[in-house]
Ligand binder design. Structure first.
Ligand SMILES: Cc1cc2nc3c(=O)[nH]c(=O)nc-3n(C[C@H](O)[C@H](O)[C@H](O)COP(=O)(O)O)c2cc1C
Length: 302
């Protein structure tokens, strides 16, 4: 059975990756499986300066999902390069570094610093709902998306993935803007804005008020958007949003994703990414699919 895929020129041994921000730089899943079993791991967002993130409470469970408002907590790119790069380099899988910023210059500086051995791809996070500057403020405006993509493309030596937000009216317009800016690939979806309220205290459960919704609740939104974006642009897609099983992963590939990332599932089951890989194999065997590439973008409308 062939599971390897070529994602924007990078050979992944299989199409399963971890989603950004859902494990830390210490790779907390290591007691449960080896990163080398996966096609890629995506690092938590890196910014030019260290970020403490938002005040707690910043995670809350919802029916079929969770809300988070972490706020891009990270040690800063310099500390990552000094203390974590060597470790990450030896994980035996492809490494996708996720970058964040409060200004175009911040993003450029982080991208430039990550032109090092051991980082295979850059994921440009212009879709974080949990910070007031950068993030969503950039990712919802097609002109800014095109400009930031082309500016980062000039600074990075790595294939550039632009991560799209579902918090827009027409995601295909943003996807086309990233394509015009020179993106090598797109990833989608980031979290959907949501809120929980405690009726007794009459306060939001999250300290910041609203946060980003992820998990199975967002899966139909993700599939709809991946299918639409796959038809709108000529770029490979990294699909994510509520994947819990191998069959879910297959649906994302069929919708048009070349590879998929697992986030929230690992909060309930730390082994989820490798379990999902095993289940994808079982699905392929049951369907008589020899090569995972024969699933990608095969959605039929009639
Ligand atoms: C706790 C948490 C932290 C996240 N942090 C980031 C981040 O730093 N950068 C980013 O691009 N996406 C971040 N995300 C979004 C995920 O990478 C992913 O796009 C989203 O959660 C949908 O996938 P899922 O339903 O499998 O979790 C985060 C999600 C969660 C739940």
């Amino acid at each position: 059975m062939k599971l390897a895929v070529n994602f924007a020129g990078v050979e992944l041994k299989n199409p399963i990756a971890t989603a950004s921000g859902t494990c830390g730089f210490g790779m907390e899943y290591l007691p449960y499986y080896k990163a080398s079993e996966l096609g890629a791991v995506t690092l938590k967002a890196l910014s030019i300066r260290p970020k403490a993130g938002n005040a707690v409470v910043r995670i809350a469970e919802t029916p079929s999902g969770m809300l988070n408002s972490i706020g891009l907590q990270n040690p800063g790119v310099d500390s990552f390069l000094e203390n974590k790069l060597e470790f990450v380099k030896n994980l035996g899988t492809k490494i996708i570094a996720n970058i964040a910023g409060e200004s175009m210059e911040d993003y450029e500086a982080v991208a430039e610093k990550l032109n090092v051995d051991g980082i295979d791809m850059i994921e440009l996070n212009i879709s974080c709902p949990n910070v007031s500057d950068g993030g969503l403020a950039f990712g919802t405006n097609p002109k800014i998306v095109e400009e930031i993509t082309s500016r980062i493309k000039k600074k990075t030596e790595k294939p550039l993935i632009v991560k799209l937000s579902p918090n827009v009216t027409d995601i295909t317009e943003i996807a086309r803007a990233a394509e015009s800016g020179g993106a090598d690939a797109l990833s989608l979806i980031n979290t959907l804005m949501g809120m929980r309220i405690d009726a007794h205290t009459r306060r939001p459960v999250l300290s910041r008020g609203s946060g980003g919704l992820s998990g199975p609740a967002v899966k139909p939104v993700a599939l709809h958007m991946i299918s639409a974006v796959h038809r709108a642009v000529d770029l490979p897609l990294l699909g994510m949003g509520g994947i819990m099983t191998g069959r879910d992963a297959a649906e994302f590939l069929i919708a048009g994703a070349t590879a998929v990332a697992i986030g929230t599932a690992a909060f309930a089951d730390p082994k989820a990414p490798v379990r999902i890989l095993g289940e994808l194999r079982e699905f392929m065997a049951a369907e008589g699919v020899e090569d995972v590439n024969d699933l990608i973008g095969t959605l039929k409308f009639n």
